[in-house]
Design a protein around this ligand. Structure first.
Ligand SMILES: [Zn+2]
Length: 1011
């Protein structure tokens, strides 16, 4: 490839970085110190009834026109006059499966009369209302004959007041704040929000502002400003901040939350868990290359007092933000810290110029169609088949026209009979529309390849693929071509004019506002909206719901292009490749000549510039089509700051500096997947280091026990990495949730791709953890509904969305991909077909067609601790079997009933090289043990595992405290009863089940003591 352009680009960008700086974390993501994911809707009411949140739950006027009046405090506000007999209606989908609710708003009233500020619910017997009566503000919830109420008396009329009402299920509190201060708290008894709202059919919910469900007329006038709904309970500080910020007129972004948002505190010096028995820790020597920070082991060998069967201890090392210490050859010493212990292990670091390693891609995956999931040995269902069938079954029932709806809408093409639009992030006015269609392309391709067991299903998916591609192909061919012969057109993507009759580019996607002049969009253009968002991004547009704002056009494009390439690779449909190339050319023309400062500004603009894995998909497009310019375009998506620290490449992930602390997790993980694809296609070793260093850091310093990596309390955003590495307790466990599921989808992708270059057992240990304990655990019991965040605070419950595949968030999008490729990492092979890797222990059949060999894996794992491989066919090959890191109780292999001598250590692969015969049977046993996995900076907060399976304590009520347990220090198993074949255990009456079989309240982290 030609990398010259890349280096020119880097030099140009140098000066610019100094003058401009990078502000990656701006926008509404942490409005008033509250993470955006907690915000359901926000109505500023300044000049329209639009929802300012990303959910586009716009309000509607009922009755005569509303007035937006001038106001001395807030500029423009909504004025409801009693004479006008009008009120505001909000969409029924405003409520999801949330258990807690916060409503915030400003009002000014002149009325002595009873007046409803808002009334939400199913009917007058089950509703949630806030109203005014004679200077009193009253909030109440009525449900099935039960009632709770809070009140503030003596409000001044004709004054602006701020109210916040919180239904806090964890604390069982119903709270009323007025003007930033807590006025009254009532205990919630016998009332839950699912009594007040219809969660299964949201159309039955009524949400009124300025009107009660009783239908009585409003008497008196009221002015309203900035109404918000949050699906979490806000803290007192957050409430106060909303109040003060509004009056001071400046938003507080990224501010650290206050004391009350902290988790239950423990003494820093208390030696918790195994640390109480810790005697000494080894010092270590490490070597590193000049310029690169050393990779320090997260765990060191340690000595404990007799009887404790623990060998390693977690050490937290300093994590500098640059690499100035390693600029020259020499040695220096680092001092580590152990949570709760005065011991300070030392690392002597030798900095030396060393040859650079450049690993080759030595392994390949099998095609999805070569591996089939099987039932257990007794014909029993597995969780893998159960989840696969939920998704494949529902995908087969989908109407592809729903996934094409917004594409046709953008091009102004008539919808076929019966076509219905998707909702949520693909609805008419949502600026991310089309993202689900991209995931859908990938999912139907994978479903086709994975359903080899059912010819009818395969036909269904073959037709869907064909139909989707034909339609997208036809639409893309319209772009930049005259509508009628001889008509006007603009074929050059750089020359796209404003929409007809418009005076600028805008992101208005409403029925009335959307432009459909596809002949002006440049050749090859395809997306579910016109090109404006791409152009606006170049011109500085930020993220948001207004028409001069955008929502991640390249993120959506990545999904669409990846879907097209998946279809091309799986079915060979050449038109899919042609559509992708057409849009690839469009992107190349559009961004190929942009000045570097513009590019850097684009990719670092929070959410607006989120581009998913555009670097990955453009490099892949190059690999599949052989067209070099796509590779050059891919380099334009390099995240220079994260990858290289700065334009001179002085540090960054390439030099093992953690440059992603505090950043949005799922915005950045796909960029790393892209870096690894770039390495595959260019051999530029920096790209490999970026991916390898990132993986090591995320899995050691940011990971929860289920394998998720997002969820920061500081910065206050559930989608971000905590502000500092290895501070999960101090800065993680955000109240808005943790473990965004799409981030784990991407982590698994990264992990598997790294393994093809360096087959280390550690990678597959992580893969297994994330697959069983997050991906499998993210699906609802009776439908393919699935999780966004997976909250792990005590007494949490998983929330599942999108049961009917009609409204997708990012995580609903990746879920249809995850569950249609569950078998994709059980086996890998060496490129030369001489080695076979058995990575995971899942009942399945491998068709190793290249060797004419079939392998059946027969097991009930993890309901038993062994598996059997049966070989059909014959030949010499090396069998590499993973010895999981948790298999500390031995690892045994029998071939044809005879135990063989193997050197095996946990966290490695054993190798058996021989001439295999037809019918050979390999039995593998790896006895399970209970073990605890503590949080690195608070060792007593730990998760309980049995083998690979995370066990969750089943809870029957919300909790404010971690659940306390005391286990036997020498043998955890002594404290726990149960049946390994069902994986259901009992500790003093508390039931533990696999997290992937937990659907109610759970505690995944426990406060553990040992005795
Ligand atoms: Zn997501």
């Amino acid at each position: 490839m030609k990398l010259a352009n890349l280096f020119t680009l880097i030099i140009w960008s140098l000066c610019w970085l100094h003058t401009f700086g990078l502000k990656a974390q701006e926008g509404d993501q942490i409005l008033d110190g509250i993470g955006e994911t907690a915000l359901t809707a926000r109505y500023v009411f300044d000049e329209n009834l639009r929802d300012w949140s990303r959910n586009n739950l716009h309000a509607e006027l009922q009755g005569s026109e509303v007035v937006f009046a001038d106001d001395a405090v807030f500029g423009k506000v909504l004025s409801l006059q009693s004479a006008d007999k009008n009120f505001i209606k909000l969409p029924g989908a405003l409520i999801g499966a949330e258990e807690s609710l916060t409503i915030s708003g400003w009002f000014l009233s002149d009325s002595e009369q009873t007046l409803s500020l808002l009334d939400f619910g199913v009917n007058t017997k089950n509703h949630f209302s806030i109203g005014l009566s004679k200077g009193n503000l009253i909030a109440e919830v009525i449900a099935d004959g039960n009632q709770i109420q809070t009140k503030k008396q003596g409000l001044k009329l004709n004054n602006w007041h701020h109210f916040v009402v919180i239904f806090n299920i964890v604390k069982s509190d119903f709270e009323l704040y007025v003007d930033g201060k807590l006025e009254e708290t009532t205990t919630i008894t016998n009332i839950a929000l699912n009594q007040v709202f219809d969660l299964s059919n949201t159309k039955n919910n009524q949400f009124y502002i300025g009107q009660s469900l009783y239908g009585s007329e409003r008497k008196g006038d009221v002015k309203l400003h900035d109404f918000r709904m949050y699906h979490v309970a806000l803290s007192a500080q957050q409430v106060e901040r909303i109040y003060h910020t509004a009056l001071q007129g400046e938003a507080v972004v990224n501010e650290r939350q206050e004391n009350e948002d902290k988790l239950p505190g423990f003494h820093a010096q208390t030696p918790e868990l195994y640390i109480a028995y810790l005697k000494s820790v080894e010092d270590i020597q490490v070597r590193t290359n000049v310029g690169e920070l050393p990779r320090l082991p997260a765990y060191l060998d340690a000595q404990y007092n007799t009887g404790v069967d623990n060998t390693k201890v977690r050490v937290i090392w300093p994590t500098p933000e640059d690499n100035h210490k390693v600029q020259q050859e020499g040695t220096y010493t680092l001092v580590g810290r152990i949570s709760g212990s005065p011991l300070q292990p030392k690392a002597t670091v030798t900095v030396k110029q060393m040859p650079i390693k450049a690993p080759q891609r030595i392994l390949e995956p099998f095609k999805l169609s070569q591996v089939r999931l099987n039932k257990g040995p007794h014909g029993e269902q597995t969780k893998f088949i159960e989840n696969r069938d939920k998704f494949i079954g529902a995908l087969a029932q989908t109407n592809s026209d729903s996934f094409l709806y917004m594409f046709r809408n953008a091009f102004g093409v008539e919808q076929p009979h019966g076509a219905e639009p998707l909702g949520v992030w693909d609805s008419q006015e949502t600026k991310l529309r089309g993202h689900a269609s991209g995931h859908y392309l990938s999912a139907i391709a994978q479903a086709y390849a994975s359903s080899t067991y059912n010819k009818e299903l395969q036909d269904v998916f073959a037709k869907k693929m064909e139909y989707m591609v034909e339609t997208l192909y036809d639409l893309s061919k319209l772009s930049g071509e005259p509508k009628t012969p001889g008509g006007d057109f603009v074929s050059d993507p750089r020359e796209v004019p404003f929409g007809p009759g418009k005076s600028g580019y805008d992101s208005d996607l409403s029925e009335q506002g959307i432009r459909n002049d596809y002949w002006n969009w440049g050749k090859g253009y395809i997306s579910a909206y016109p090109p404006d968002q791409f152009i606006m991004l170049e011109r500085g547009a930020t993220y948001g719901g207004q028409n001069d704002q955008i929502w991640a056009p390249y993120y959506t494009l990545h999904k669409i292009l990846a879907g097209l390439l998946d279809i091309y690779e799986i079915s060979g449909n050449k038109k899919a490749l042609v559509v992708a190339q057409g849009m690839g050319d469009w992107v190349a023309a559009r961004i190929g000549e942009l000045p570097t400062p513009t590019l850097i500004s684009m990719w670092n603009r929070y959410i607006a510039g989120e581009y998913g894995g555009m670097n990955e998909v453009m490099a892949r497009l190059y690999r599949l089509s052989g067209t070099e310019p796509y590779l050059e375009v891919a380099t334009l998506f390099d995240n220079i700051k994260m990858f290289y620290g700065d334009a001179q490449h002085t540090h960054g992930l390439a030099k093992n500096v953690d440059t992603f602390r505090g950043l949005h997790a799922n915005q950045h993980i796909p960029q790393i997947v892209g870096a690894l694809e770039m390495y595959r296609d260019t051999d530029v070793v920096e790209y490999f280091k970026i991916a390898d260093n990132f993986w090591f850091k995320t899995t050691h310093d940011y990971m929860y026990s289920i394998g998720g990596v997002a969820g920061a309390r500081n910065p206050a955003n559930a989608e971000c990495f905590p502000a500092q590495p290895a501070t999960l307790y101090e800065n993680g466990f955000s109240s808005g949730g943790q473990n965004e599921t799409c981030a784990t989808y991407n982590m698994l992708k990264l992990t598997r791709n790294l393994f093809f270059f360096e087959p280390k057992a550690q990678l597959m240990d992580y893969y297994e953890r994330g697959l069983y304990n997050h991906i499998l655990a993210s699906v609802a019991k009776d439908s393919p509904a699935n999780t966004y965040h997976v909250p792990l605070l005590p007494g949490s419950v998983k929330h599942f969305g999108n049961p009917d595949m009609k409204g997708f968030t990012c995580c609903n999008g990746t879920a249809i991909e995850s569950s249609t490729k569950l078998q994709n990492s059980i086996y890998f092979k060496s490129k030369d077909n001489k080695s076979l890797y058995v990575n995971l222990f899942i009942p399945s059949r491998l068709d190793w067609t290249q060797r004419n060999i079939q392998i059946d894996q027969i097991t009930s794992f993890p309901n038993e601790d062994h598996t059997t491989l049966k070989i059909k066919g014959k030949g010499s090959f090396e069998l590499k079997i993973r010895v999981p890191s948790w298999a500390t109780n031995g690892f045994y292999v029998k071939i044809n009933g005879k135990e063989i001598d193997l050197e095996s250590s946990p966290g490695s692969y054993v190798s058996i090289n021989r001439k295999w015969r037809n019918g050979d049977t390999i039995e593998i046993r790896m006895p399970f043990e209970f073990r605890l996995e503590p949080v690195m900076d608070q060792q007593n907060i730990a998760s309980l595992f049995y083998g690979p399976v995370l066990l969750a304590a089943q809870e029957d009520a919300p909790r404010t405290e971690w659940r306390k347990v005391t286990f036997d220090a020498q043998h955890l198993g002594k404290s726990i009863q149960g049946d390994p074949s069902t994986l259901e255990f009992n500790y003093k009456g508390i039931v533990f089940k696999p997290f992937y079989e937990t659907y109610g309240r759970h505690s995944v982290y426990l406060d553990v003591s040992l005795d």
